[in-house]
Design a protein around this ligand. Structure first.
Ligand code: BDR
Ligand code: CA
Length: 294
């Protein structure tokens, strides 16, 4: 089993990614670390605990950053509902969130596990990972790989002409992460916008009869409703991240040199060598997600 830390701001699409990861026999989810983003930190932390409880798991949840490194928080309630999970019913957490913060928890896990054995999956703003890099560089150097949903390379942004939410929320943190020399694979909108769920896919999820798949269908339906887009297909951003490490053949990963414009949050050509997923086989990806949630 591949040990992973999931850093997240659940968030409807985060929730589907977490359900997929918790259900996957090839992944050992060591912890969920939380960050504000789609909604405030208290809520993202509570939601992470609810998702673990739903899957019957006592995965520790460590709260991280409540705001970006240098600015005030913005949130996305209009997309993710006022509870962050579109009003879909999940149980209360089985265990309380930890008193140990996200950065400290990540550092501890990285120190205790064999060097480069842990993969960090980030589904939200990069504030926690940036703090790990600046506050515990020795532990950060023990990370095996990072896979992050964020950015828009050739695609238009979703919170501005060129800017994507996770990067723009804390562009300074993204800049630190890009420059850290980690084995970082970015999964930008160029990939995630091609991975969509429509009505027929929701029906296929429900037909499995499996609880993670049915809950995901409910989450996607809520996601469609939030923008009065009932019945329309919606992109599934964050599930691409755990899928990329469990089904790498589905993704078109290229080597690119990029950087972050810390003023606008846009991604541009630059000096940081990264792996970037620029596309995917959408039908194969939908099958991977369906199987993973079943
Ligand atoms: C990203 O922003 C959030 O709203 C989603 O959860 C995803 O991580 C997409 O831009
Ligand atoms: Ca997210």
């Amino acid at each position: 089993m591949r040990p992973v830390i999931i850093d997240t701001d659940p968030g409807i699409d985060d929730a589907i990614a977490i359900l997929f990861a918790l259900n996957h026999p090839g992944l050992e989810v060591l912890t969920l670390t939380t960050v504000a983003g789609n909604i405030g930190l208290d809520r993202t932390t509570w939601n992470a605990g609810r998702l673990a409880a739903f899957m019957g798991r006592d995965v520790p949840v460590h709260p991280g950053a409540a705001r970006p490194l240098r600015s005030d928080a913005i949130n996305e309630e209009r997309i993710h509902g006022d509870d962050g999970l579109g009003g879909v019913a999940f149980p209360a957490p089985r265990i309380p969130a930890s008193d140990v913060g996200a950065t400290e928890a990540m550092a501890d896990l990285l120190d205790r596990h064999p060097e480069r054995s842990i993969t960090v999956l980030t589904l939200g703003p990069l504030t926690n990972l940036a703090q790990l890099i600046t506050q515990a560089p020795q532990a950060a150097s023990r990370i095996g790989a990072v896979v992050s949903m964020g950015g828009a390379v050739h695609e238009p942004g979703n919170v501005g002409d060129r800017a994507e939410f996770n990067i723009v929320w804390d562009a300074h943190a993204a800049d630190i992460v890009f420059r850290a020399g980690l084995d970082l694979t970015l999964v930008p909108l160029d990939t995630t916008r091609k991975f969509r769920a429509d009505k027929a896919y929701l029906a296929a999820l429900r037909r499995t009869g499996q609880k993670a798949a049915i809950a995901s269908a409910d989450l996607i339906a809520a996601y469609q409703d939030q923008k009065n887009m009932a019945g329309h297909s919606r992109p599934l951003h964050d599930p691409c991240v755990p899928m990329l490490i469990t089904a790498p053949g589905v993704f078109d990963v290229q080597q690119m040199n990029l950087s972050v414009d810390t003023e606008t949050g846009a991604i541009r050509s630059g000096e940081c060598p990264l792996k970037v997923s620029m596309g995917l086989d959408a039908e194969a990806a939908r099958q991977v997600l369906l199987r993973g949630l079943s």
